[in-house]
Ligand binder design. Structure first.
Ligand SMILES: [Zn+2]
Length: 674
């Protein structure tokens, strides 16, 4: 008998029974079992139907999914060298399994047969979405191409993955190789103690005197924000902006050109007009034309505010330090100075009002008021670390809606940042609604011997953000697991998370939980007002900057790039209408634009702003009717949170809102309207 706990059936993940040595054998065996399930579907003698092909695929591989979610979640939240080593072995097996699946011709023939009968099958909207999703997973991977062209596609894909890898390696090497070595203590003027300490530490590590600053964000950002020495800020900023642009063996210009050309060729091969057309087919935004119209519209509306702010900042710098021409390396520095002058609000003042346990109960109360959810902490659920909290999530009638795990504080085995994930998806199978197991993982300030965990306001909004994703998971109510909860198009997934952040700025919400941890005093309303105002500080410039990145990304990807030979010149042209600061000749953004040339954001950078427009527009609807209005909350639950990816996101949005999203609410919230 096999005693591997990952191969037994279980409901909540049996963490205490799982040992590292269980992962590889379990996942290997479950891959074999999933392959066998797929072969059975592909070789079925009966003619293909939605049920025996599409639905059968959707419900196959369930155990494998559960085992891998446990494994990869642990690799993020509670890892160690052994788990990392196993990940190196497991990942290629899973990639191979996935690739083989997508190249399975017999299987694709069956999917295609069903797909071609789509109109006659009397399918529900959810079933149509599932069918499209399965079909496109294959067709977008070249399943419809002739054998020659399939070969070409594989060649392009191999080449592209090599190039992205090299691009990333170059950026990393450029980042690591530069150091700003400060020997004179006076050059540290303006910097907070924490930043100085970290710089000292870096110097010690390389056995140097003085202080070392690098191009890593935790070192770079404080320096650009606080260092009084303008020449040194310039030096650091110039190094930051020149990554991959030195004409040496770490230069990325050729790589950028190769990547955009190969992406274009790949899109053409698959029958799309451009790479952006290919990407946006599976997005709420639908097409490059719509994305460009969206970006241009926001640009026109945000630019006057951005120009006004730029003038204001210029005058401020002129008055303060007689700066005649504001440069890029002055931006964060004077913005912070002006912000301090105007708001005089820092984290230390606010933190006593945001004790973690109060904030948690606050976010639970918000979920209760909006969606009738109740969180009951339980100690009967197995956890992967003693710090993890576990809850049963019940509705008003005490029905179990979800299991919720919350893991709040940093540990050596946890990666940075904050995220939501799941250990078990929601689905309806054989008439049974299987409820999901959702988790959020954060890295919040730890309690000390004398103080409980007190959060910065930024951590408060982060908690609401991740909890918003968690609600998307917990309230899911769909048949198919791959369309459940957060299984939506990329530019729709941040709506549930970002919208919830809005509640943090509201008096009615803060009254629920923002109490001083010692005195119990409510947060002063003056602070609340300042939080709101400072959140929008210099938002016009920030918006224009985000738009410029979105426009550059689209420029690289929505056309035939064959004629482009000069990366810098192309970039300057794309930026033409969005730049406030003088251009720096020695700098280039594209050669280190990892989001689009290394990560998966190509033709997708716009989605940051897109999601903000959605969340502002959706929240405005709440605001008009009361932020705890149950009717509006019910609509949001019914048409957005519970529906996952079962319908076109724009249709869902319109059902909730009664109209398509408009940018005005965002512009108003950001204080960009005249
Ligand atoms: Zn998010």
């Amino acid at each position: 008998m096999n005693s591997n706990p990952l191969l037994q059936s279980f409901d909540t993940a049996p963490f205490s029974k799982i040992k590292n040595e269980h992962f590889l054998p379990a996942i290997s065996q479950l891959i074999d079992e999933s392959r066998a399930e797929i072969e059975t579907i592909a070789n079925n003698d009966e003619s293909p139907t939605f049920e025996n092909t599409i639905e059968a695929m959707e419900f196959s591989g369930e155990k494998l999914g559960r085992a891998t979610s446990i494994f990869f979640n642990l690799n993020s939240a509670e890892t160690n060298p052994e788990i990392q080593k196993i990940a190196q072995e497991v990942s290629p097996l899973l990639t191979e399994f996935r690739n083989d699946l997508l190249l399975n011709e017999a299987l694709f023939e069956r999917i295609k047969t069903v797909y071609n009968q789509k109109e006659d099958l009397d399918l529900s909207k959810e079933q149509v979405m599932l069918l499209d999703k399965k079909y496109k997973a294959f067709s977008r991977n070249g399943a419809n191409l002739s054998d020659d062209k399939k070969q070409d596609l594989r060649k392009i894909d191999t080449e592209l993955s090599k190039l992205s890898l090299t691009f990333g390696e170059h950026v990393l090497e450029e980042t690591n190789k530069f150091q700003l070595h400060v020997a004179d203590k006076n050059d540290l003027a303006g910097l907070p103690d924490g930043a100085i300490e970290a710089a000292r530490h870096l110097a010690e590590e390389s056995e140097k005197e003085g202080w070392i600053f690098t191009l890593d964000y935790p070192s770079y950002i404080p320096f650009m924000t606080y260092a009084d020495n303008r020449e040194l800020r310039k030096k650091l900023a110039m190094a930051f902006g020149a990554k991959g642009f030195h004409g040496d063996d770490l230069d990325n210009q050729e790589i950028v050109l190769k990547i955009v050309n190969l992406r274009y060729e790949r899109a053409k091969l698959l029958g799309y007009r451009s790479h952006a057309h290919f990407v946006l087919e599976e997005r709420m935004a639908e097409s490059p034309e719509k994305v460009l119209a969206f970006l241009e519209d926001l640009k026109v509306k945000a630019k006057p505010a951005a120009e006004r702010e730029f003038r204001e900042l210029t005058e401020f710098a002129q008055k303060l330090d007689s700066i005649n021409r504001l440069e890029k390396w002055d931006s964060s520095y004077y913005t912070e100075k002006l912000k301090q002058e105007r708001f005089n609000l820092d984290d230390e003042k606010l933190k006593p009002y945001f004790e973690l346990k109060n904030v948690i109960s606050g976010v639970f109360t918000v979920a209760e008021k909006l969606y009738g959810l109740h969180f009951k902490e339980v100690d009967t659920i197995d956890k992967y670390h003693p710090d993890v909290k576990t809850y049963e999530v019940l509705d008003d009638n005490e029905n179990l809606k979800a299991i919720f795990y919350a893991d709040f504080h940093p540990r050596p085995g946890k990666r940075n940042g904050a995220w939501m994930t799941s250990f078990k998806p929601q689905k309806i199978q054989n008439g049974k609604n299987d409820r999901p197991h959702i988790s959020i993982v954060c890295n919040f300030t730890k309690p000390t011997k004398t103080k409980p965990s007190l959060l910065t306001f930024n951590e408060v909004t982060t908690l609401f953000h991740e909890f918003g994703h968690a609600l998307h998971g917990m309230l899911a109510n769909t048949t198919y697991p791959s369309l459940s909860g957060t299984g939506v198009y990329w530019d729709f997934v941040e709506l549930p998370s970002q919208i919830l952040e809005n509640w943090c700025y509201e008096k009615e919400t803060l009254e629920l939980f923002a109490k001083h941890y010692e005195t119990g005093e409510m947060i002063p309303m003056e602070y609340v007002e300042k939080i709101k105002e400072s959140a929008n500080f210099m938002e016009g410039m920030a918006t224009l900057r985000q738009l410029s990145f979105g426009l550059l990304d689209m420029a690289w990807h929505n056309r035939n790039p064959k004629g482009i030979t000069d990366v810098k010149a192309f970039e300057v042209a794309a930026f033409e209408d969005t730049q406030l600061y003088p251009d720096v000749l020695e700098n280039c953004m594209s050669t280190s634009f990892s989001h689009i040339f290394q990560g998966g954001y190509s033709a997708g950078y716009y989605s940051y702003k897109w999601a903000e427009v959605l969340d502002a527009d959706a929240f405005a609807y709440f605001k008009e009717n009361g932020i705890f209005n149950r009717d509006i909350a019910n609509k949001f639950k019914e048409f957005v949170l519970s529906k996952g990816g079962t319908e076109d996101p724009m249709d869902l949005y319109v059902k909730f809102r009664g109209q398509k999203p408009k940018p005005e609410a965002l512009l108003e919230r950001a204080g960009l309207l005249e």
